[in-house]
Design a protein around this ligand. Structure first.
Ligand code: PXP
Length: 255
């Protein structure tokens, strides 16, 4: 299971003084040393954190998956086609939000998202859609030719107790559904060192995309260590899940 590290919050700190440090490109290099499998940035219309220079530098320096989160606007499609990141994740974007608030309103924006996918894939860029874990949204994602989806885990992350359980089951079912329709499935948003293990234990998820919790920990322990600790939790969960599957197969064989 891959870990994509979002370095937007490093740029947010830089923008607090409108200066040059800390540099998200340096953070990306250290995240890679810590074991990141991908680097994610969200280029927003208002350039509130990541800017065009960051995209340029990262495109030319990141040797692993560079995932560009963006809205499906004409400006962003033009930039993506020009810079050619490895992956574009189409997200909804509102000017006043603190972070991406939910998955795409894919039912009402089907035509525009389909056109964006067509244009991006036409330039050889893989396209993922950030959607809520709903069957209908998964079916539409398949219908409009997305390569992948990223399931929004924010509702799971914000809940506790039976609420979290309900949201977890919703994600588990969505992963299953995505596999049935032939979509590669990722997950992200609100994942942290305490809630990651259950999600990382779901069979069929290709990758997890995490920003805030890793950068928050990095302020205290350094980026390399923060990424390594997250990666270790993910790996441990994947190994536990594999062992459980092997044990199940063994007991079915001997029954
Ligand atoms: N995935 C997507 C599509 C996002 O928009 C974000 C937030 O930028 C993340 C993952 C990471 O969320 P968080 O910062 O809560 O880990």
């Amino acid at each position: 299971m891959i870990l994509g590290v979002n370095v937007d919050h490093v740029a947010t700190l830089r923008q607090a003084r409108l200066g040059t440090e800390p540099d998200p490109a340096m953070a990306a290099a250290l995240a890679i040393l810590g074991g990141a499998d991908g680097i994610t940035i969200h280029l927003r219309e208002d350039r509130r954190h990541i800017n065009d220079r960051d995209l340029d530098v990262l495109k030319n320096s990141v040797p692993i998956e560079l995932n560009l989160e963006m809205a499906a606007t004409a400006e962003m499609i033009r930039i993506a086609k020009d810079k050619r990141p490895d992956l574009v994740t189409i997200v909804p974007e509102k000017r006043k939000e603190l972070t991406t608030e939910g998955g795409l309103e894919i039912r009402s924006n089907k035509k525009a998202v389909k056109e964006a996918i067509k244009r991006l894939r036409g330039s050889g860029i893989k396209v993922s859609l950030f959607i809520n874990p709903l069957e209908q949204d998964i079916e539409i994602s398949r219908e409009i030719n997305a390569d992948m989806i990223e399931l929004h885990t924010g509702a799971y992350a914000n809940e506790t107790g039976s609420g979290a359980e309900k949201e977890f089951l919703r994600i588990e079912n969505a992963v299953l559904k995505a596999g049935q329709v032939g979509l590669v499935v990722n997950a992200g948003h609100g994942l942290n060192y305490y809630n990651i293990s259950r999600i990382a234990g779901i069979e069929g998820i290709r990758g997890l995309y995490i920003g805030h919790s890793i950068i928050s920990r990095a302020v205290l322990v350094g980026i390399e260590r923060a990424v390594r600790e997250m990666k270790d939790l993910i790996d441990a969960s994947v190994i536990t899940q594999l062992k459980q599957r092997v044990a199940k197969m063994e007991s079915a064989r001997t029954a």
